[in-house]
Each structure stands twice: as structure tokens, then as C-alpha cells.
Design a binder for this molecule. Structure first.
Ligand code: IMP
Length: 430
């Protein structure tokens, strides 16, 4: 019996959705434990593209999917995704999708505040996705958030919305000079969501414990990446939740002893959307090549992703923070056609080489990458289904990553389709 956590090792967009989809085949339950609809998982199945923001990727595998207490949920987005799936012939029943009664709701004022902050000229811009994620987590921490448990209690919900909006409206009007929000409109809008979503709301930790006790397998689906973690990332250019594997326990409601493995997803190069330091960023034609060949546009906002070489300082930091037991390399095919490849093995900061990830952003911004150069390959590798099918230069690149990370590469993705994958070890089959 295995319970596996999947996390991103870089700044998100590592291609976790495809790996979750692949591993979900062997799992009984897939659970999301943090983030919200700032995430975007693009899956290509039989040539058809699906983009999910909230629903765990395992839905397409007809698995039981759960949204844990650590997730912030925009109910309008959730309903839209359910409708999109139904239109594509994948209907999701309440037995198949369980939403924690302790998950917090993203409210209309969260979105307005997020966007207003980002557009205020003198504000400290983060380049957020504008989905209200930060303001929703802020309210959770300041204990004026509203959860599914309250949503299902009409009177309590109305009281909470009226109370919270007193303060939010003052802030919107006085600080941003924006129109206020009528609590009665919000109450009416969310009453309709409550009616549809009530059957899906559950005590997720109790249900997960029953699943684990029955010897079934759980896949914990992380969103974003380790370096967007609120504590361990490039603060303040981070998201507002904890994205590391340890939060799978807290954000889903299971004890740490239940976790048996952690697979870190590593894009074969590095990308980042939004602001913040990025030591191995390529601002030249190689960066453009990766951006274009890898179709590096944000799945949620459509923004162009910044691209750079693989950074082992990031990867090793992620390996330690998450207790990674294995690695999945994604988008390896994108590197094909480059004469040589570089791997950042350390940073040079103030004239000294360091393999540590500095917390001080000024220092990090002043660091330059120390590179090791490897030969590239010209062949199209998207048809490879085993390591032996890969050119020698590709195998050398993978071997070097294994060596530098001190971890096995379990999975290699060589194209967007489910079948374009090399699996050397399935963590659910140990
Ligand atoms: P927020 O999560 O919308 O508050 O955005 C904070 C930072 O995290 C911004 O730099 C976003 O671009 C980034 N971010 C949030 N979600 C994702 C994701 O799923 N992939 C990549 N970056 C993300």
C-alpha cells in the first residue's frame, strides 16, 4: 500500500497534471491539499485538451477526488469546471468529488482586492493570478474567512457575509476608491452555489482515514511549486499557501505516517510566471526557443512564462524540503535541437560559490549561476518509450541530474500525451 505526494520542485508549471493523471491510474483517491484556481493543469487525452483549475486531475480516471481543507475554493469556478466536464461527457457525481466542509471560500471581495492591489501603481506587485487567492488565505489566518460549513447554514452565512463586508467595503471605498459590494447580492449568489454544491460537501479527513484504513492508495496532488511556498519560496514573490509535501498532511487532514513517498516534478528546464528572482533565466534566443517550443504560457492567465536552464540549487533545495523519494522529469523533448545544454550547479554570490538557496532576495538577485555544459541532441525523442530508446546525450543529461540530485528518476515525460512517457519505477507498485 502506497500513499504518494506529488509536488512541484521549481516555480510551478512543472507539468504535474500529466504525472498525476498517469499515477492516478494506480491510486484509489486523488486529493488536493492547497492552493485554489490559481493552479492550472493542462491535460491532453486522445488529442483533446482539458484545463483544470480546481478539480483534481484524477477526475478523468474516474477516481474519487477530494478537495481538502487547505484549498481555497471559488464555487463559481468549481461549478463551471463541473459543467465543462459534463459537456465533454465526463459527469462527476457527489460520490466522486468530495469537498471538505473546512475548505475556505473565495468570495467576490477577495478577487476585487487581489486585482486592485496588483493594479495600484505604488503597491508591492507580485504578479498574482488575480483569482483572490492571497486575500482568501489572509482572511483564513485573520479568522474572518468563510468555509463550506458556513455556506451550508443559510443564516450563519448571511451573518458572516454582512459582518465581513462592513470592513471590506470600508477598505474598498476608502483605500482603493472602488464601489462597495452589496452583501445581499453576495448572499443570493452564494445561496445558489450552496444548493448545487451541498451534496459534495464532506468530512474529508474522516473519509480519507477510512480509505487508508481499507488499504487503498491515496495520491496527494500539490499545486504550484516549492519555490512559491509561503515559507520556503522566494518571499514575497510567492503564493499564499504552503506548497511543500508536509502540507499534504495539514491541508488534507491525515497524519504524517500515512505518507509513503514524495515524487518531485522537475521540468527539464526552468520556468517562472510573475515577478521574482530567477537566477538561471535566459533572456536570449535560447530562452525564446524554450518558450516557443515548450508553449510556455500560463494555463490560468495565459501569461508568457520566463524560461531558463535547469537549476540544481532549486532542485536540491526542493529535494530536502519535501523529503523527495523520486523525481519525474517533464518536457524533456523540448530540449531537443539545442547544441548544448547547461545545468546550474551552484550560485556565485559575493565572489563565493554556494549551493544554498539564500533567503535574502537582494542577495539572490545578485547571484549568478555557475554552469556545467553538456552536449545536446538533435533527435526527436517524443516516440521514446524506454530509456534505451533515448539518444546517448539525452541519457547522459538524465544521468547527470540523478547524480547531482542523489535521487532516482522514476518517470520521464517526452510529450504531452499520456502515452509519451517512460516509467522506470511506479511509486504505487513498490
Ligand atoms: P497567487 O497565487 O495568484 O497569489 O500568485 C502569486 C504568485 O504565484 C505569482 O507569481 C503567480 O504567477 C504564481 N502562481 C500562482 N499559481 C501558480 C501556478 O499554478 N503556476 C505557476 N505560478 C503560479
Amino acid at each position: 500500500m502506497a500513499n504518494i505526494v506529488i509536488i512541484g520542485t521549481q516555480w510551478g508549471d512543472e507539468g504535474k497534471g500529466k504525472i498525476v493523471d498517469l499515477l492516478a491510474e494506480r491510486a484509489d483517491v486523488v486529493v488536493r491539499f492547497q492552493g485554489g484556481n490559481n493552479a492550472g493543469h493542462t491535460l491532453v487525452i486522445n488529442g483533446k485538451q482539458f484545463v483544470f483549475h480546481l478539480i483534481p486531475s484524477g477526475t478523468l480516471q474516474k477516481k474519487t477526488c477530494m478537495i481538502g481543507n487547505g484549498v481555497v475554493v471559488d464555487p463559481a469556478v468549481l461549478l463551471e469546471e463541473l459543467e465543462q466536464l459534463a459537456d465533454a461527457g465526463v459527469s462527476v457525481s457527489p460520490e466522486q468529488l468530495r469537498i471538505s466542509d473546512k475548505a475556505h471560500l473565495i468570495m467576490p471581495y477577495h478577487k476585487v482586492i487581489d486585482l486592485a492591489r496588483e493594479s495600484k501603481k505604488d503597491a508591492c506587485k507580485i504578479g498574482t493570478t488575480g483569482r483572490g487567492i492571497g486575500p482568501a488565505y489572509e482572511d483564513k489566518a485573520s479568522r474572518c474567512g468563510i468555509r463550506f460549513a458556513e455556506l451550508l447554514d443559510e443564516t450563519l452565512f448571511a451573518e458572516r457575509v454582512r459582518g465581513v463586508l462592513e470592513e471590506k467595503n470600508f477598505y474598498l471605498e476608502q483605500y482603493f476608491s472602488l464601489p462597495t459590494i452589496d452583501p445581499e447580492d453576495v448572499i443570493e449568489e452564494y445561496r445558489r452555489y450552496a444548493e448545487t454544491l451541498a451534496p459534495f460537501v464532506a468530512d474529508v479527513p474522516v473519509e480519507l482515514e477510512a480509505v487508508a484504513a481499507a488499504g487503498k492508495q491515496i495520491l496527494f496532488e500539490g499545486a504550484q511549486g516549492t519555490h512559491l511556498d509561503i515559507d520556503h519560496g522566494t518571499y514575497p514573490y510567492v503564493t499564499s499557501s504552503s506548497t511543500v509535501a508536509g502540507n499534504a498532511c495539514c491541508g488534507a487532514g491525515v497524519g504524517p505516517k500515512r505518507i509513503t513517498g514524495v515524487i518531485g516534478i522537475v521540468k527539464a528546464y526552468t520556468t517562472r510566471v510573475g515577478m521574482g528572482p530567477f537566477p538561471s533565466e535566459l533572456l536570449d534566443e535560447t530562452g525564446d526557443y524554450l518558450q516557443e517550443k515548450g508553449a510556455e504560457f500560463g494555463a490560468t492567465t495565459g501569461r508568457r512564462r520566463r524560461c531558463g536552464w535547469l537549476d540544481m540549487v532549486l532542485l536540491n533545495n526542493a529535494a530536502r524540503l519535501n523529503g523527495m523519494t523520486g523525481v519525474a522529469i517533464t518536457k524533456l523533448d523540448v530540449l531537443g535541437g539545442l547544441e548544448e545544454l547547461k545545468i546550474c550547479t551552484a550560485y556565485e554570490c559575493n565572489g563565493k560559490h554556494t549551493a544554498a538557496f539564500p533567503a535574502n532576495l537582494r542577495m539572490l538577485e545578485g547571484c549568478t549561476p555557475v554552469y556545467e555544459t553538456l552536449p545536446g541532441w538533435a533527435e526527436d525523442i517524443s516516440g521514446a518509450r524506454a530509456l534505451k530508446d533515448l539518444p546517448e546525450a539525452t541519457r547522459n543529461y538524465l544521468n547527470r541530474i540523478e547524480e547531482l540530485a542523489g535521487l532516482p528518476i522514476d518517470i520521464v515525460s517526452v510529450g504531452p500525451e499520456r502515452g509519451q512517457t517512460i516509467v522506470t519505477r511506479n511509486p504505487f507498485e513498490e
